[in-house]
Design a protein around this ligand. Structure first.
Ligand SMILES: C[S@@+](CC[C@H](N)C(=O)[O-])C[C@H]1O[C@@H](n2cnc3c(N)ncnc32)[C@H](O)[C@@H]1O
Length: 223
């Protein structure tokens, strides 16, 4: 199977990306747990995809940035009022310094060959004291042979992924003034059994059970 660049992969994945998967479900649980109550806060979702995680409920402002115009377009119809979506690269965010209280970068960093420029930008746009939440495809899942895949009319497609070990991510964060607050991971377990059952893949569930598939890191932006 040839590996698609992230740009090409998400161009093709965009029409069906809204469908939740076991991984996206587990990721959402981790990100929710690490995110403070959003009421009255300025929220940035860097690498927002379709913007499906952004809600205007209670936030002072909500901004989503993604490199893929197709992903942004796919989410346009359900975009909540007061949420702004724009095209841009997480390594060169088209946003001012210290403009957000909460910064998410969810399942994006693994598509970048070097995570350091993204960490630097996330830290730059986070205000002093802001929470930065970064989630990633778990290195152990990659080591076990799992890949970032989706299905289209040509069959199973793979999107490029670069492993960033936890110590490398923590070092990248520290170098930009992000202090680690908490690290969590989520593994395949009963919570996502229904995804396997719906796909008729119970045997695969037994094989995957216990494997960590999502890594989530929370940081506080230091002064
Ligand atoms: C797995 S999706 C996650 C989308 C969203 N964060 C979510 O959880 O639903 C990865 C997203 O990262 C975006 N992406 C990849 N490289 C990027 C970059 N350098 N800058 C901005 N977005 C990027 C892709 O276009 C895609 O929408």
């Amino acid at each position: 199977m040839s590996v698609l660049s992230a740009r090409e992969g998400y161009r093709l994945w965009a029409p069906t990306y809204a469908d939740e998967t076991a991984i996206s479900h587990l990721e959402a649980g981790l990100a929710d747990a690490l995110t403070p109550p959003l009421s009255g806060l300025r929220l940035l979702d860097a690498g927002c995809g379709t913007g499906r995680r952004l809600s205007s409920a209670g936030v002072a402002s909500g901004v989503g940035v993604d490199i893929s115009p197709e992903m942004l377009e796919a989410g346009r119809a359900r975009r909540p009022p007061g949420v702004w979506l724009m095209q841009g690269d997480v390594r060169t965010l088209p946003l001012p310094d210290q403009a957000f209280d909460v910064v998410w970068c969810r399942l994006v960093i693994g598509h970048l060959p070097d995570c350091r420029p993204a960490y630097a930008e996330l830290a730059r746009v986070a205000d002093i004291g802001a929470t930065v939440v970064i989630t990633d495809f778990h290195p152990e899942a990659y080591a076990a042979g799992h890949r970032r895949t989706f299905r289209d009319r040509h069959g199973v497609r793979e999107v490029e992924h670069y492993v960033h070990a936890l110590p490398d991510q923590l070092a990248a964060a520290r170098a930009t003034g992000l202090a680690p607050v908490e690290t969590r991971e989520a593994a395949i377990g009963p919570e996502v059994l229904s995804f396997y059952e719906k796909a008729g893949k119970q045997a695969l569930y037994a094989e995957h059970e216990g494997l960590p598939v999502v890594l989530a890191l929370a940081f506080r932006r230091e002064g």
